[in-house]
Write a protein that binds this ligand. Structure first.
Ligand SMILES: NC(=O)c1ccc[n+]([C@@H]2O[C@H](COP(=O)([O-])OP(=O)(O)OC[C@H]3O[C@@H](n4cnc5c(N)ncnc54)[C@H](O)[C@@H]3O)[C@@H](O)[C@H]2O)c1
Length: 460
């Protein structure tokens, strides 16, 4: 049963009779329809009627309509207007550009713009590296998408991707003071995307690729890393991998196991799964078994593209074949970045003692976390309504803060691993337990710790 939340929050403006029971009648009707009421404001009062704004959380658009209908059915009540609060905060977009300098008079103008600015341009023309010191390049990141794999919504195109990219930019600013700008490209052609990002790169100190579908995302990132002298980071891959590796380090501490002894099953070998496996391999686990929609990845499978071929060559020591449930037997860790509802508690029971289950498919995990808890010692999901939320927000703001501070020209696995350790270390020994393996996304210690670790790794 879905739970009402702020993602479906409405404000219903109603006219009602001015009786003593009006408030109780209205809130009672909304409550019986399943609304979670968060505010009740009388906005007008007359001798014959009152006008009230009832703000409530619903669990879907249909549910919001049911709540509205329940109010309208009350005798003497009419609904004037329904506002969807999520749409309201998106009116006109969520971010803006602001000037850092005052432009009050001719003196200000002459320094911020012509003629003074010409001297800055000449200095940069003479020494291009000065662009990082004297322009927005120092603190600005492009959030680049082609709209091909947006959230759980799939290929919805560049315009529909824009609200998501604006949100990402807002998070960059809020959590790490990074100025990020959405670049939603009207192409899904690999060569066009690479060339376009190359052409716009002079403005930016880093490129955050976002919601670009696999396997195209692998080539785009690899080629741009070769072409550009600024870091290129595909967040769906490496942001996820950083948080998963950090969370797993803490989960293993909770159950008292070593990475070197751990057999890890990673279900999903797309953008997130491949990056998780590549980063985890650096930590030296006993074995990793990759599973995708066609079963366990092994060298004799006939359907391997270059990415799966690499995974087949670098995982699955014992050349296991079969389905996900075959891989799970005796595994210490399950990491899912694949699809909803793939297995139940009985499959977790076949895993090793004190199993760790990260079921990260969004919005519905590979296994219901309550089912997983029946046999697993530690359970994590991508959801905010369960403990241990694996959320990229823990990684990307601090990663780019550190890269920009270090004026890094690229990004390495050493930096990614430093970020993972920094996230894990924020959860100190006293706070660590099975329900707290990663810090809250609102923990203000996270981004500075990640930034410092990444900058240190970048420095050498
Ligand atoms: N919580 C987080 O932090 C987080 C981060 C990244 C991705 N995710 C989630 O992980 C999922 C995958 O994301 P992605 O960007 O890697 O997608 P992707 O499309 O690049 O890859 C999906 C992978 O899942 C596999 N798969 C699909 N159905 C399967 C099935 N029935 N059994 C086994 N494997 C199956 C596919 O073969 C593919 O390898 C999504 O649900 C996404 O929301 C969560």
């Amino acid at each position: 049963m879905p739970v009402p939340g702020p993602g479906y929050s409405i404000t219903v403006r109603v006219e009602a009779p001015p009786s003593a029971s009006a408030a109780g009648d209205l809130t009672g009707a909304a409550g019986r329809a399943g609304a979670v009421i968060t505010a009740f404001d009388v906005v007008e009062s007359h001798s014959d009627r009152i006008v009230v704004d009832i703000t409530a959380n619903a669990h879907s658009s249909d549910h919001a309509e049911e709540i509205t209908a329940a109010l309208e059915e009350l005798p003497g009540v009419s609904v004037r207007k329904v506002s969807d609060r999520t749409f309201l905060i998106h009116l006109g977009g969520k971010i803006e550009i602001a000037s850092k300098v005052q432009l009050r008079n001719r003196d200000d103008l002459s320094r911020a713009y012509t003629p003074g600015v010409a001297r800055i341009s000449q200095a940069i023309a003479k020494n291009p590296a000065d662009a990082r010191r004297l322009t927005i390049k120092r603190n600005t990141v492009a959030v680049v998408t082609d709209g091909s794999a947006v959230l759980g919504l799939g290929n919805i195109g560049p315009s529909a991707a824009l609200p998501v990219m604006e949100g990402k930019a807002a998070l960059f600013k809020k959590f790490a003071g990074v100025d990020a700008w959405p670049i939603c490209l009207d192409t899904q052609d690999t060569e066009e995307i690479i060339r376009t990002v190359q052409l716009i790169a002079p403005v930016y100190g880093g490129i955050n690729l976002e919601d670009i579908a696999a396997p195209r995302c692998f080539e785009i990132e690899a080629r741009l890393r070769e072409l550009l002298d600024i870091p290129v980071f595909h967040d769906d891959q490496h942001g996820t991998a950083i948080v998963v590796v950090g969370a797993l380090r803490n989960a293993l501490r909770v159950v008292g196991k070593d990475m070197a002894d751990a057999k890890i099953v990673v279900c999903g070998a797309g953008a997130a799964g491949s990056a998780i496996i590549r980063l985890l391999l650096q930590k030296g686990p006993r074995d990793i078994i990759a599973v995708d929609v066609n079963g366990i990845v092994h060298p004799d499978r006939g359907d391997l593209d270059p990415n799966l071929t690499w995974l087949a060559q670098n995982t699955n020591r014992d050349l296991v074949t079969g389905k996900l449930t075959d891989a799970l037997a005796d595994a210490d860790v399950f990491i899912g970045v694949s699809a909803p509802n793939l297995f139940g508690a009985e499959a977790v029971a076949t895993m090793a003692k004190d199993a760790i289950v990260f079921a990260l498919a969004n919005p519905d995990p590979e296994i219901d976390p309550l089912e997983a808890q029946k046999h697993a010692a530690v359970v994590a999901t991508g959801r905010s309504d369960y403990p241990n939320q694996i959320n990229n927000v823990l990684a990307f703001p601090g990663v780019f803060r550190g890269l920009l501070d270090a004026q890094a020209r690229g990004i390495t696995d050493t930096m990614l691993l430093a970020a993972a350790d920094a996230i894990a270390d924020v959860v100190d020994g006293d706070r660590l337990n099975a329900s707290f393996i990663v810090p809250s996304v609102f923990d203000s210690a996270v981004a500075p710790a990640v930034a410092e670790a990444v900058a240190r790794a970048a420095a050498g």
